[in-house]
Design a binder for this molecule. Structure first.
Ligand code: FNR
Length: 400
């Protein structure tokens, strides 16, 4: 077997091992998928400065996230339906993360429930909250996260309404899958995935089914979810969350400097510069393009996290150099999970750590927390110039 050296290798294994409906769910963005692609390609346009003849013998990529030690400044982002990529996927990923020494974030839309993950892990994990119209249920989720010992709450702000992902509609995504002829033939091509799924009871949204009256099968659950994400959520809702949660709070999905300024004044502990992995506003800039301006504006007030498009340790080095205090990975760990279960998540983390260490060393640095604008060749990139109108375009054309 060819050696597994990169996240791209894990992605290919994930693709082969997993029914198309679930692989596509991970490998998709909204509408044209432009922002999804841009998140990745924007990283390759950023270049690092090669520094030589510096003592790079004793190096460390260890860091702190929300004041707690972490093996590296990378954690697992909340990802819905992780338990459909590999049986008991959230438990497997959480166990890999805790052994590796980085935080795991459980999504509201997970397959394994908060209590189930807590029962199968030793260390506290983080919980991600979607605020629902049914505030009683949202308060209940927070209380359950607290009771399970979760050590941070990640409040996602960029999904008040669902971005349309064409692949999911074409594939008829559901959990568990509905048995159409197309799905049956797909499942038959992935027998080992099916065997593992048949060996677990965890095949529905574990945080929701059984906790909400009238939601006991997939069709009522999907109706319920579509009608439940709260479009009225606004900055005052943070106060509501704060009344129920007094622990560390991360505001996830900040993609504009004006919003970052508001977020920094809410009393939250961190913000995540994110466009939801290109799954929400298609046409939004790449996360790494949004990062420098936001870090410069509020980096001295609030801890800055960033996600979107990270597929290597080089990407993490670039994000740290451009002002992130920590980064999170979605698809990079999901590909590992879908390829090899818990061992695959560990492999993904190992690949990223090793790439980060070597890249940092070749930049002439020994401490991941000492990276900065001085490591970026050509200086910190500013967002691409915005050309709004034909008139402006004409002015640019004449060099105005
Ligand atoms: C996500 N993301 C996400 N975010 C969130 O707050 N709650 C969720 O349930 C999900 N679900 C989800 C499913 C899948 C399949 C993906 C790929 C992503 C977004 C996620 O937390 C993170 O912001 C992105 O994944 C980061 O981009 P990369 O690393 O996947 O490129």
């Amino acid at each position: 077997m060819a050696p597994v050296l990169t996240i791209a290798d894990l992605k290919e294994m994930h693709r082969r091992h997993t029914p198309k409906m679930f692989f596509d769910y991970a490998d998709s963005g909204s509408y044209t998928e432009g922002t999804y692609r841009e998140n990745e390609t924007a990283f390759s346009a950023i270049k690092l400065r090669q520094r030589v003849a510096r003592n790079i013998d004793n190096r460390s990529v260890a860091s702190t996230i929300l004041g707690k030690p972490a093996t590296m400044p990378v954690y697992l982002a909340p990802v819905g339906l992780t338990g459909m990529q590999w049986a008991d996927g959230e438990i497997k990923a959480a166990r890999a993360a805790e052994k590796f020494g980085v935080p795991f974030t459980l999504s509201t839309m997970s397959i394994c429930s908060i209590e189930d993950v807590a029962a199968h892990t030793e260390k506290p994990f983080w919980f991600q909250l979607y605020v629902m119209r049914d505030r009683g249920f949202a308060a209940d989720l927070i209380a359950r996260a607290k009771a399970a010992g979760c050590s941070a709450l990640v409040l996602t702000l960029d999904l008040q309404i669902l971005g349309q992902r064409h692949k999911d509609l074409r594939n008829g995504l559901s959990a568990p899958p509905k048995m159409t002829p197309q799905v049956i033939s797909d499942l038959m091509m992935h027998p080992s995935w099916c065997m593992k799924m048949l060996g677990t009871k965890r095949r529905q949204f574990g945080n929701i089914v059984g906790h909400v009256k009238g939601v006991d099968d997939m069709s009522s659950l999907s109706d319920w979810t579509a009608s439940q994400f709260d479009p009225t959520l606004d900055w005052s809702s943070i106060d509501w969350v704060r009344k129920h949660w007094d622990g560390p709070l991360i505001l996830k999905g900040v993609g504009d400097v004006d919003d970052a300024r508001i977020a920094a004044d809410t009393g939250a502990d961190a913000i995540t510069v994110s466009n939801h992995g290109g799954r929400q506003l298609d046409g939004a800039p790449a996360s790494i393009h949004m990062l420098p301006e936001i870090a410069e504006a509020v980096g001295d007030k609030i801890e800055i996290h960033m996600d979107g498009g990270i597929r290597s340790g080089q990407d993490v080095v670039k994000a740290m150099a451009l002002g992130a205090h920590a980064t999170s990975i979605g698809r990079a760990f999901v590909h590992g999970l879908g390829a090899m279960g818990e061992a695959g998540v560990t492999r993904a983390l190992e690949i990223i750590r090793r790439e980060m260490d070597i890249t940092m060393a070749l930049c002439g640095e020994t401490d991941i927390n000492a990276l900065g604008a001085h490591n970026v060749w050509g200086g910190v990139p500013r967002s691409a110039p915005v050309v709004n109108t034909d008139n402006e375009r004409a002015l640019h054309a004449v060099g105005a």
